[in-house]
Write a protein that binds this ligand. Structure first.
Ligand code: SER
Length: 334
């Protein structure tokens, strides 16, 4: 450990290297973010923080350090930060929107009590913190088309309540204590490595697995349900680019609208059917998912992110579909 710390401190002073802790490193975003950060900053500089029962496996485990870092355990987070000389924390621990409705107390404990632990450790040890917000931070009375950066946020889901609180608490730690907190409001994230679980936007991932497996897809949302979505490479790039941005350019911090595509179920179905002609989809609406989706924006205005730190997505629905189908065919041997 001593050698690790020494090597890092030399790197920090000579090359401006970072030492990063990813909390939630085995989740949907964390598993890919950790690998992307290791590519950019060096394997030994990015520590995969996990919880019991969700230990890192495969390349995540083999390529770099990992540590037990349950966000609800202040001592565990502080020990990880001290041990690895951490200066930047990506805090991805959260329950997604649907599962949070059945476990609201746990969603709060992870999302807010956990965030408090992270922010306190960051304040004491001088770390920058990224804790994502979401399209879920908006509610029914938010303008749904081109949702502005600064607008009404009165969500009625526990997921949304915890995300709005995340934004406020993160800004509070910045203005009161000078902690370098920054974040984006992620749309639904589409990926092919680790599946999401318990979210309203999960259907846009599940639909690709069904298409590649040759199964009929049962869509839980009705035709015309528009939501912002984003391909994982763009989401990772957003998080890292924002954390690297010159703070002088940031008028906002927690959290920036980012957008790349907005679609309804029939549109993603048509995009996949172009490449999988016999693919079939039927609708079987889940009332909880539908009511959550209906309360979220149809599409967000991300001009502040574009202006303040140069946000620019690479993927649209068609290029994402081509890549998702290719990657999933290889992964599922289809
Ligand atoms: N993907 C999340 C969910 O569906 C929204 O950010 O819960």
């Amino acid at each position: 450990m001593r050698a690790f710390k020494k090597r890092n401190s030399i790197n920090i002073s000579l090359f401006g290297m970072k030492n990063i802790l990813v909390i939630g490193a085995t989740g949907q975003i964390g598993s890919e973010l950790t690998m992307e950060l290791r590519k950019r900053y060096g394997n030994e500089h990015v520590v995969a923080g996990y919880i019991k029962g969700a230990e890192p496996k495969g390349e995540l485990k083999e390529t770099g350090p990992s540590v037990l870092a349950d966000v609800t355990d202040f001592d565990a987070i502080e020990t990880a930060v001290k041990t690895y000389n951490i200066d930047t924390i990506y805090n991805l621990a959260a329950l997604l929107s649907v599962v949070a409705e059945s476990k609201p107390r746990l969603a709060w404990k992870i999302g807010i009590d956990g965030l408090w632990n992270v922010l306190e450790v960051a304040r004491m040890h001088g770390c920058a913190v990224f804790t994502p917000s979401s399209i879920g931070s908006f509610g029914e009375n938010t303008p749904h088309v081109m949702t502005p950066q600064d607008t009404i946020q009165r969500p009625r889901t526990m997921y949304g309540v915890s995300k709005v609180t995340t934004e406020l608490l993160s800004d509070y730690y910045h203005t009161k204590y000078g902690v370098d907190t920054r974040a984006v409001r992620f749309p639904g994230i589409i990926s092919n490595v680790t599946p999401p679980g318990g979210g309203t936007t999960d259907y846009a991932v599940d639909i690709y697995y069904a298409a590649v497996r040759g199964e009929k897809f049962v869509c839980p949302l009705k035709e015309g349900t528009l939501m912002d979505m984003m391909y994982m490479p763009d989401a990772l790039n957003a998080a890292i680019t924002l954390m690297e941005a010159d703070p002088a350019g940031l008028k906002h911090r927690n959290a920036f609208n980012i957008a790349s595509m907005s679609f309804a179920p029939e549109t993603i179905y048509a995009a996949i059917k172009k490449y999988v002609p016999d693919f079939e989809m039927v609708y079987e609406v889940d009332p909880l998912k539908q009511s959550i989706a209906d309360s979220w924006p149809d599409c967000m205005d991300d001009s502040c992110a574009r202006e303040e730190w140069g946000w620019k997505p690479q993927y649209d629905l068609d290029s994402m579909t081509v890549d998702m189908l290719e990657k999933l065919r290889a992964k599922l041997n289809k």
